[in-house]
Design a protein around this ligand. Sequence first.
Ligand code: TXA
Ligand code: MG
Length: 329
Amino acid sequence: MTVSAAQQEQIDLAIAHLRAGGLVGLPTETVYGLAADADNPEAVRSIFALKGRPADHPVIVHIAGVAQLADWAQNIPDAAFKLAGAFWPGPLTLILQRQPHVPDAVTGGQDTVGIRAPSHPLAHALLKQFGGGIAAPSANRFGHVSPTTAQHVRDEFGDDLSLVLEGGPCDIGVESTIVGLTGEQPTLLRPGGVPREAIEALLGMPLIHHQKSDTAKVRVSGLLDSHYSPRTPLVTGAAKVVDDQAYLAFERGQRVVLVTCGGRDIPICGIDVLNLPADPQTYAQQIYDTLRQLDRKSYHTIFLELPPHTAPWLAVQDRLHRAAHTRLG
Ligand code: TXA
Ligand code: MG
């Protein structure tokens, strides 16, 4: 994987910044991250301060590849090597037992650590040259929509973040799949870029569903019920239901927009309509950008038709569920 001279300049700048304890907006194939040197607790704490995120929420450590896995985790089960071999670099995060040196600021004081090797060429090259681990949550204020372009990150933090690497729009557009490997059986903690079925096929067993009652224990902030939200009220539901509600709101004189999946005939004239693609991958690439764009248009409400409740849509369904202020079933 080669990087251009201009990209190498960006990487040099980012590495100098990280070594000095600074934060960097980092493109990955899923979403942009807010990166700090994972070995520097003070730098990691400044991520939380900038995001406005509770300090006991753990952040993922990004590494160049499986060769660095044992630097951060111990008692690594075979399943981890299997999954890393198949899906790294890529959108898969593994939760493993941490090495004792991993700062509490990274793990939220837990005895586990989340690790992933991103495939974005810029992130991958940076990680290889940096050598250490990079702690990075998504580069958005706590609870807000994740960023999928460098401009989103600049919109989010403005002058509070001096360096954002330009890596183009994210290929995947939703966060990594998180698999917990510290229990008796592998657990799906967050659906994401790697399909659940691909993981189950590789391991030859089903993943346990994350139970909501476990949330307090594992403190996965992506599992909070309100997350990934636009500022404009977002109402989700089946096509007929959101059509009806959008119409009622429109009749009351509100400025509303109806977001459909795949496009269809809208029986309401005069209402703003935006069509998202019926393909789950393309939909995932566009959804966060769409929510951010609609947020700038000062609508009273965004009405969104949910995509099908089928396996390929699992990650998108999960994010829409958490982003919604009102769910109409
Ligand atoms: O695709 C991604 O995963 C992106 C890019 C930047 O890599 N990162 C991301 O980070 O989504 P964040 O912090 O927004 O979400 C990571 C999730 C959080 O919900 C966090 O609580 C969970 O991973 N997590 C991290 N370490 C954990 C651990 N040791 N145990 C349980 N959950 C953990
Ligand atoms: Mg996040």
